[in-house]
Design a protein around this ligand. Sequence first.
Ligand SMILES: [Zn+2]
Length: 437
Amino acid sequence: MKTLIKNVTILTMNEQLDMYQQGEMLIEDDTIIEIGKTCSGTYDQCIDGHQGILLPGMINTHTHLGMIPFRGLGDDCPDRLRRFLFPLESKCMTPELVYHSSRYAMAEMLLSGITTFMDMYYFENEVAKAADEMKMRAFVGETIVDFPSCDSDQAYGGLDYCQWFIPKWKNHPLITPFVAPHATNTNDLKHLQLASQLAQKYDVPFSLHASELDYEMDYFQKEYQMTPTEFLNHYHLLNKNVVLAHCIHINDHDIDLIKENGASVAHCLVSNLKAGKGVMPLKQLLEKDVFVGLGTDGPSSGNTLELFSMMKMIACVHKTVNHDRNAFPCQDIVSLATLQGAKALHIDHLVGSLEIGKRADFIIVDTDSVSMYPLYDPYSALVYSANAGLVNTVFVNGECLVKDKTLQKVSLEELKQNLQQDSSTFSKQALEYVKGL
Ligand SMILES: [Zn+2]
């Protein structure tokens, strides 16, 4: 099946940032076979982009989709993770709720132009099942933590879960299972090493929260006289398969270690700002050519699962932090949401830019809304004027999943009803819990 996409401004996001005004792209099944001003090949169907912007699907490198029921709960509660999230998760989270939350969250991501995500949570088999049904490109990692949690009555139960979960999904064409110790300070050294060995055994990614919290930094200073990054490096836990989420409190030496070991970073700016935690040194990381992708974090931390508001925030905050209007031009910001994200997950040979031979993961953003006129520079329009509601069309691996801003394979209303039914008990318990804080 060949599909021609025409009447679009194409941002290829390749290394040369090739752009085609009034361009065309031809795909055959899951692959891009022609792209440019015009395409010469025949086609079976044609999509008129109505002068929208065609760009690669966005990549969300850090999230927790199962946490949809937590969205908006206790947003301003200090030390929410330990006082509120961990206990409530242990008490109330079920495989069914993770499944329905994940399907709903994937709908939200697809409708906002995200085609690939990296998720870490509990019951990740349910997330993988949901991703398979929703036809998204997914990295799914089972959380490992040093206390009994909703998926195990044993501390570190996630390690056993990984033993069957990873082989089960390892050869799926769109789904990559991985190992996800929760954080540097919620796993002891021995279990971090076991988790790392497991990731190496199956040759899958390894992702954890790192250099995120004040008390995490204090703990490593006191116990090891090292930063969390130095600790990971010292114990050979940093390598090219590692994705570090947050990295707010890293110094120049940490950045050198991340680069030397080939690890990647997920930048979750909105979540970090909302929690008052600080701002990751993005400029310094990019100057050292560290692979950095953008992450929404979970819906309880970042609230929305989209990268448009994130792109604008990244540009504004990092220009301000560096007192430099020239810094972080719009092309670089769009690249963080696309090609750089693909590099961070080592899938840039497949996705992240629109090039012949790559998979057909792409989106079309409408340009006919009130905030998008006049349109001199499509990169600027995407970063500063657009919003997630302008995403009109979304393809993943050659399949049309969103058309005319509507999900094509599932009904959003049905996903919402299923989630509402399954989360009613959770919601009651959660409200009681929050009242008691
Ligand atoms: Zn997180």
